[in-house]
Write a protein that binds this ligand. Structure first.
Ligand code: NJP
Length: 231
């Protein structure tokens, strides 16, 4: 198909896998992240449009949607995937680190949805996909800030679903467990992580699945874990 998708956090990890899979399926992908070099590499491999942007800035979110419409003349879906996380005891968190997680994970999701909605409403069609987390629905020690931000991202998308369904717009949220990426400064690709973690492609295939639902079906939520994850 010639569908157009915006994917945030497309420079590496899950977002890169989503963009790559959607491009393989024939979509035009608009690739969003702050790291220009990585984005250009993904753009080269996917024939996508790189837009260097910070999802936590409203002007950037508006620019991303405008660039998509300028370049391709259409917009069918947005994937709110960009996210950051770090883990610590509550008393050891710096205020700036708390703010960073909320800025990217919650405000970033809000701002891209806000930017895309006028267009989706006008065409009475559109699909918003959020990459939340299994910890959007349960808490864990050292995860006060990240967990709160992912609960909040889930709440934004869950409430938004109720606002936009009458306009023909779908909201699907993916809740992955551990994924082998650069998340929290990890180094992906260690052989043992094939047992303990999902691969980015596993999450990308879940995204493809929700996007391929027929017009009369919306998959609201999809949670996936590595079989070895106990919590
Ligand atoms: O992480 P990573 P993942 N503006 O670090 C981008 C969720 N999740 O793929 O800007 C724009 O490899 C960053 O690009 P750059 C998680 O919460 C993960 O694992 O160049 N983009 C990069 O492309 C998140 O929502 C796990 O630094 C910004 C990407 O985000 C999503 O999965 C488990 C940005 C991060 O790539 C993808 O994370 C789970 C900004 N301000 C949920 N800040 C897991 N990995 O275990 C960051 O439950 N990015």
């Amino acid at each position: 198909t010639n569908q157009v998708a915006i994917v945030t956090g497309a420079s590496r990890g899950i977002g890169r896998a989503i963009a790559t899979l959607l491009a393989l399926q024939g979509a035009q992908v608009v690739l969003v992240a702050r790291s220009e070099d990585d984005l250009l590499e993904v753009a080269h491999k996917t024939n996508g449009l790189p837009v260097v942007a910070d999802v936590s800035q409203e002007a950037d979110a508006q620019l991303v949607v405008a660039e998509a419409l300028n370049r391709y003349g259409r917009l069918d879906m947005v994937v709110c995937n960009a996210g950051v996380g770090s883990f610590n005891l509550l008393e050891n968190f710096e205020e700036a680190e708390w703010d960073r997680m909320f800025d990217v994970n919650v405000k970033g999701t809000f701002l891209l949805c806000k930017a895309a909605l006028p267009h989706f409403k006008e065409q009475r069609r559109g699909h918003i996909v959020g990459i939340a987390s299994d910890v959007s629905k349960r808490t864990f020690a050292h995860g006060t800030a990240y967990g709160a931000s992912k609960y909040a991202q889930h709440a934004v998308l869950d409430a938004l679903r109720k606002e936009v369904r009458p306009h023909g717009i779908k909201v699907s949220v993916i809740y992955p467990g551990l994924v082998d990426t650069h998340f929290n400064d990890a180094r992906p690709g260690a052989p043992e992580k094939q047992l303990t973690h999902l691969q980015p492609l596993d999450v990308a295939q879940a995204v493809r699945y929700v996007l391929e639902a027929p017009a009369h079906v919306v998959i609201d939520e999809l949670m996936l874990h590595p079989t070895t994850q106990e919590w």
